[in-house]
Design a protein around this ligand. Structure first.
Ligand code: 8YV
Length: 313
């Protein structure tokens, strides 16, 4: 008898094939009438496969009386009701580490795109401005600038490691100072923003970080400052971000994540001082494959009665 697994979001094809070979798969994502589909299979489901964006709600968890594990693709688990899972004795796993490099690369890419005006430069060549107006206006160096990282976890550290050889000065903000870190700790995020030329958000999402990048933070960064977000849309006051970018009280921004993604606020579309990316920092074939494999491997460990590879509760 193959255990019954409910798929909320499918894995990459190779890993989805592994799932189908090992388990009886129920594809909620493909069901037209999701409520009826869930009601019909709910008693059988022992495991759920989801991702960090889709997550799983308390209401869904409580419809699955025999659920024992939620295996999620993604390091962030703010969309998973972990409290509800823990209350019901359900283990939750995520996919840390395997995506760190790609996400850090994207932070640096957005940082460079924003500060060196890569998107404007691309348009400048394509639309003939280079011929008609002459050289593009000058931008600003990276070297010598001050960068504040909000959230110095695995991803924040990987971003710092990439920026260090570029000759920037680094500081970080977070709940605690870390004794094994050489960068300057700034406990007050507004003070860090006032100090920094660029602030990069790399903290987890969820209630504890909601809106921490406030209007005050953005205004402290100032007209020459840039805000980069590869964390979650929820960590920034998005209305304030749009206001500040419009007014020029914040210089520029590079965003991989949005409050109501995949619907980004249309106000962003007409702002020349923001670079937009569709929440795809971990979106490489290699990394999404590794994330999918970790989802499969956590499920395999669970059903073999072995320790989970990357549990979060
Ligand atoms: C994924 C992410 O795109 O890992 C995360 O927390 O945000 C991304 O890697 C996401 O989990 C997929 O929905």
């Amino acid at each position: 008898m193959k255990p019954d697994v409910l798929v909320l979001v499918p894995l990459r094809p190779d890993q989805q094939a592994q799932l189908e070979a090992t388990y009886t798969i129920h594809r909620l994502d493909q069901a037209d009438d999701k409520a009826a589909f869930l009601a019909a299979v709910s008693d059988k489901i022992l495991a759920v496969v989801t991702n960090g964006g889709r997550g799983i709600s308390r209401a869904e968890v409580e419809k699955l009386p025999n659920l024992k594990i939620v295996s999620s693709s993604g390091v962030g688990y703010d969309a998973i009701d972990v409290e509800a899972c823990s209350e019901h004795g359900i283990k939750v796993t995520n996919t840390p580490d395997v995506l760190t490099d790609d996400v850090a690369d994207m932070a640096v890419a957005l940082f460079l795109a924003v500060r060196r005006e890569m998107i404007k430069g691309d348009a400048y060549v394509r639309d003939g401005s280079w011929v008609n107006k002459g050289a593009m206006p000058l931008t600003r160096s990276i070297r010598g600038k001050k960068v504040g990282i909000a959230g110095l976890g695995r991803i924040g550290k990987a971003i710092a490691a990439r920026l260090e050889p570029m000759g920037v000065e680094l500081a970080y903000n977070g709940r605690h100072e870390q004794s094994d870190v050489a960068y300057h700790y700034m406990g007050d995020i507004v003070a860090m923003a006032a100090w920094a030329d660029v602030l990069i958000a790399a903290m987890p999402g969820g209630a504890s970080t909601e809106g921490v990048i406030s209007r005050d933070v953005l205004e402290a960064l100032g007209p020459e400052g840039s805000f980069i977000n590869i964390a979650r849309g929820s960590v920034v006051d998005e209305a304030a971000l749009i206001d500040c970018l419009k007014a020029g009280s914040l210089g520029s921004a590079g965003l991989d994540v949005f409050l109501n993604e995949p619907k980004s606020d249309p106000a962003f579309n007409s702002l020349p001082n923001v670079v937009l990316h569709p929440h795809n920092a971990s979106g490489t074939i290699e990394t999404r494959g590794a994330m999918s494999q970790l989802v499969v491997d956590n499920l395999a460990a669970h059903f073999a009665g072995k320790p989970l590879l990357t549990p979060i509760n």
